[in-house]
Unconditional design. Sequence first.
Length: 245
Amino acid sequence: MENNYENFLQEYNLFQANREILRNRIFDNFENEIELERLQRIFYEYQNLDVKIRLAFGIREIRLNNFFVSDKENDLKLCHLLYYKLADLWFAYETYIKFYTETVGASKNKIEWIDSIIHLNYAQSIEISHSLELIQEKLSEIYSIQAKRELLIEYLNYSLENSIHGQRRRLIEIIEKVENSQFNLTNNEILTIIYAVRNNFVHNGETTVVPEIFGYQNKVELLKILYPYLAVFTLKISNLTFARV
């Protein structure tokens, strides 16, 4: 699945190569106690990030015990799979935030940082800017149809009920844009939607068929454009941050 995403393989291969580079730097600084300790702390977070990323990418199928529940097929099966992959990849993304903090020595907001002036080198990278263009095009294509747009708005309003603080404010702004058929969403707005879907699934009991207001056909359609974005995004920001180690 992931291998077919544009820019994925080059970023994933670089991400894996960085781990070996970091190992070598630790070895080369074995007698430099201060630098060694710094690199070991960074390596610990990078290793956690690596494990979580590979787990998310590695899930290919969810097999069910038919004694408890019948097998899912086609889009229903894919929807079920993408929920778990998106949730696991978001956990990896949250670990990236820890890796960034350890590497740079500064913390940042989990979502809004990406479009801030200080981080323009991330948002303006070819891979992230292209991923954003692709997702904007797909949102515009799918939700230019009024009936589909109304269903998305209803789902975003459902997500709004379970949100607080900055997440709630951003969702309100996104809903207003969608109502006006404006799909030029920013990176942080795409992350806001991903975070809402993840929270609905992880914390609010959402499944492929619950809530009924946004059926699994609509959910899988949305997940199929959100997950590739997050996959390339997480790899690219990790590689850009690694350059600062």
